[in-house]
Design a protein around this ligand. Structure first.
Ligand code: SAH
Length: 239
């Protein structure tokens, strides 16, 4: 049972009250942070309402789980702000039965959203501890359609390619051509591309030989570290 003093209704021994409080917070998040800012896909809004975001954050952040900001999930890692997760998910248009890849799986939240939309998901996470924790968490929550891989996903994950959807959840200086080649016909890739400080969220679509790119706006993500991203030394010793 998750109990945290800063849930809106304060302390309670009633599980129903606590659950109700998170449910209210999730509904409020959907209306105020997502719908009002232009997220219209009802499937995405419903996924964001029902996936228990508070079960993906560390205990000390449970009370802030539905707030309008990213939250720390490990040494330097974060769970993305709800709006950014919704924006990426809406742009990626994952449909039931499609195959999706997430690079930078973190706590598993974005992967759970994609799975809720009916996709089979592969998530790659370079931080072994986070990968292990998210694997356990997703299993506990009953997501049989997500596989979590440890390691450098900056060049995608060739062994399960092609993908209808690729979501890169960490900032990258460019989109790796190797990763792009793993996008299926009609596939959509969403990635924050730019410098370490600031990026532009790009939607890349493949139609035959034609690749189109559209900007979804400015954003800030933690860096993608690896072969197709930044070198560890460029980012700092502790990331
Ligand atoms: N979508 C995630 C956000 C995680 S933050 C969530 O819902 O929690 C970005 C993650 O990318 C971090 O956990 C970081 O460890 C991971 N990462 C950075 N470089 C990576 C790489 N080359 N391959 C896989 N994961 C990487």
């Amino acid at each position: 049972m998750e109990i945290h003093p800063s849930t809106r209704q304060g302390w309670s021994n009633e599980l129903t009250t606590i659950t109700h409080s998170f449910d209210l917070e999730a509904r409020h998040m959907v209306e105020e942070q997502l719908r009002r800012r232009g997220i219209h896909d009802e499937r995405v809004l419903e996924a964001m309402r029902v996936i228990p975001r508070h079960k993906f954050v560390p205990t000390e952040s449970v009370g802030a789980a539905y707030e309008d900001r990213p939250l720390p999930i490990g040494t330097h890692e974060t769970i993305s702000q709800p709006y950014i997760v919704a924006l990426m998910t809406e742009a990626a248009r994952a449909a039931p039965g499609e195959h999706a890849l997430e690079i930078g799986g973190g706590c598993g939240y974005q992967a759970a959203i994609l799975a809720h939309l009916g996709a089979t998901v592969c998530a790659v996470e370079r931080n072994t501890q986070l990968a292990e924790e998210s694997r356990e968490r997703l299993e506990r929550l009953g997501y049989g359609n997500i596989e979590v891989f440890d390691g450098d996903g900056s060049d995608g994950l060739a062994e399960r390619a092609p993908y209808n959807v690729i979501i890169v959840s960490a900032a990258t200086p460019s989109i790796s051509p190797v990763m792009l080649s793993q996008l299926a016909e009609g596939g959509r890739l969403v990635a924050p591309v730019g410098s370490l400080r600031q990026q532009e969220l790009l939607l890349v679509c493949r139609q035959g030989e034609r690749i189109t790119t559209r900007s979804l706006g400015a954003c800030q993500f933690v860096p993608l570290i690896g072969k197709g991203g930044w070198k560890q030394e460029e980012v700092g010793p502790k990331n």
